[in-house]
Design a binder for this molecule. Structure first.
Ligand code: 2NL
Length: 366
């Protein structure tokens, strides 16, 4: 074996067993680099006689070829092994269960609004909606609320600046109740009308029991020959379905609203159990009391006329109730403000899982 062949065998063996790409690169530099051993041999060709060069040249070139090839082969092998290791390390086990993603839940207000929509749908009521930014005609004037009514005062109503008055010069405001939705429905549709209008309403008021935005649901029936008996039956049916009890007792107390005549405040009997108000029973019975829950009445004939209907032909009843309060009474929350804090811990406690939503009209116990 010539010296060149021995050197080649040595180099090729070292290259073939290089542990990693770093070691291989060191071997390449040591052999083929500027001052490498093979490069040094190539340089000796210049100083040889033609005969000598003819004899040794091919051997030295063959040595360089062999070393170059061995390096390329080892490099490919090491890279393939590195890729295999990386793939093995990164392999996904598709049989593992997926990581739990954060789950949303249904807000009690949304839940209650859905329950109410379904309860009233069973009685033939459609859901009506309308703008939260209203003009003062739809929010007040049409409802027989005079200019001087305290509800119009700045401390109750959020008004927009007068530059934003509409084309008719009407002041714009955040609706203080959902009644304007019913006004719009009466002006647009011919009776008979049976609607509920759930939604956000706004009043400049904030303490433990009042938030500047809260939720209201109003109901309206317009037809021929509607009387207080229809109102009482409808409210009784609604409250029995909502509270899931047959022993709901109502007390209609004479009251005043500008948009109804006569007007009645509706109280329900309840009992105090473990610090919670449990709706049900006669408020005059032992251990019971009355709680004011709704406002209601027969739609004022002036309101019917304001909507372009003949009050001698069409009558109706209307009512309004706070959704937030209905939710608190049924699901046991004690602080109204927490409804709007956006605290996920509160929602986890009182909210409804997206897939375990109580049946809409059946509530939690269905
Ligand atoms: C309350 C009082 C009430 C109405 C709302 C109404 C709507 C029209 C015509 C007549 Cl378009 N009335 N709504 C009637 C009586 C009472 O709400 O205390 N709500 C919490």
């Amino acid at each position: 074996m010539s010296d060149y062949q021995a050197m080649q065998a040595q180099l090729v063996s070292e290259i073939a067993t290089a542990a990693d790409l770093g070691a291989l690169e060191a071997l390449r530099v040591a052999a083929l680099g500027k001052t490498g051993s093979v490069s040094a041999l190539l340089k000796t060709l210049g100083g040889m006689t033609p005969d000598e060069r003819q004899a040794k040249g091919p051997q030295i070139h063959a040595l360089r070829e062999a070393v170059t090839e061995a390096i390329a082969a080892r490099k490919a092998a090491l890279e393939a092994a590195a890729l295999d290791a990386k793939l093995a390390a990164e392999r996904l086990d598709m049989t593992l269960p997926a990581e739990a993603a954060p789950q949303g839940s249904v807000h009690p207000v949304s839940q209650v609004m859905d329950e109410l929509a379904e309860i009233f749908a069973d009685m033939g009521f459609a859901v009506a909606t309308g703008p939260e930014i209203e003009d003062d005609w739809h929010n007040f004037t049409a409802l027989n609320i005079p200019e001087t009514h305290p509800a119009r005062a700045m401390h109750d109503t959020f008004y927009f600046p007068s530059q934003m008055n509409d084309a008719e010069g009407r002041s714009m405001l955040l609706r203080t109740h959902t009644s304007p939705v019913q006004i719009r429905t009466m002006m647009r549709e011919a009776p008979p009308i049976r609607i509920i209008a759930p939604g956000r309403v706004y009043r400049s008021d904030s303490d433990a029991t009042h938030t500047p935005m809260f939720h209201q649901i109003e109901g309206l029936v317009i037809d021929r020959g509607i009387h207080l008996g229809h109102l009482k039956y409808t409210l009784e049916t609604f409250l029995k379905a909502y509270f899931e009890r047959d022993d709901i007792v109502l007390r209609l107390r004479p009251s005043y609203f500008p948009f109804t005549e006569p007007s009645a405040e509706v109280d329900v009997g309840y009992a105090q159990e473990k610090g919670r108000r449990i709706v049900g029973g006669d408020g005059d019975d032992a251990g019971h009391a009355w709680m004011e829950l709704l406002g209601s009445g027969m739609v004022h004939r002036r309101v019917i006329a304001n909507c372009g209907l003949d009050p001698d032909e069409w009558q109706g009843f209307a009512f309004g109730v706070g959704v937030d309060r209905l939710a608190m009474l049924k699901y046991g929350m004690d602080d109204l403000r927490a409804f709007f804090d956006g605290d996920l811990r509160w929602l986890a406690h009182y909210g409804f899982g997206a897939l375990s939503v109580p049946t809409l009209s059946g509530g939690i116990s269905a």
